[in-house]
Design a protein around this ligand. Structure first.
Ligand SMILES: [Zn+2]
Length: 160
């Protein structure tokens, strides 16, 4: 039972403002309850002891839900960083001559692998013959141009 008719609600949400939850505030809450428990034991008041025990249970529940929220915030933060990284990368990608390139990197990447799985697989010049083969999707690809294209070249199509 958590009903506390008109009971105070601690503003735990404010601890999200500056990043991960503060374990310190949780610990000091638990320490306060422990202190009150000791006092209640000294006074030997059964009602007070029960109230403190209830408060302790509620504090533990809050602590657990804080931890769950902290985990979730961490996951979302990591997801945002991945998405930002992907957007930054996409802004540098372009397609030319059937290959995918990253601006400033002369090495061609397999367009099929990018389309299929978002992987940037290097395509190396063939050891024999003129058509290279992707080591991952095994597709035979176009002849690798001697001069790598640039993002601003005609025939270059930006990805992002
Ligand atoms: Zn491939």
């Amino acid at each position: 039972m958590k009903a506390h008719g008109g009971g105070t609600r601690r503003p735990f949400a404010e601890s999200t403002a500056d990043g991960p939850y503060s374990r310190e505030s949780e610990m000091s809450l638990l320490e306060s309850i422990l202190g009150i428990t000791k006092l209640a034991t000294k006074i030997a008041n059964p009602d007070l002891l029960k109230a403190v025990a209830d408060a302790n249970v509620q504090a533990m529940e809050l602590s657990k839900s804080n931890l769950d929220l902290q985990k979730r915030v961490g996951e979302l933060e990591r997801q945002i960083l991945r998405m930002r990284g992907l957007e930054d990368l996409k802004a540098k990608l372009f397609v030319n001559g059937g290959y995918l390139y990253i601006e400033g990197d002369p090495n061609p990447r397999c367009l099929t692998c990018w389309d299929h799985s978002g992987e940037l697989i290097h395509v190396l010049p063939p050891i024999t013959g003129i058509f290279p083969q992707c080591t991952v999707c095994k597709n035979f690809l176009d002849v690798i141009p001697k001069t790598p294209p640039k993002r601003g070249d005609t025939g270059s199509v930006p990805v992002g």
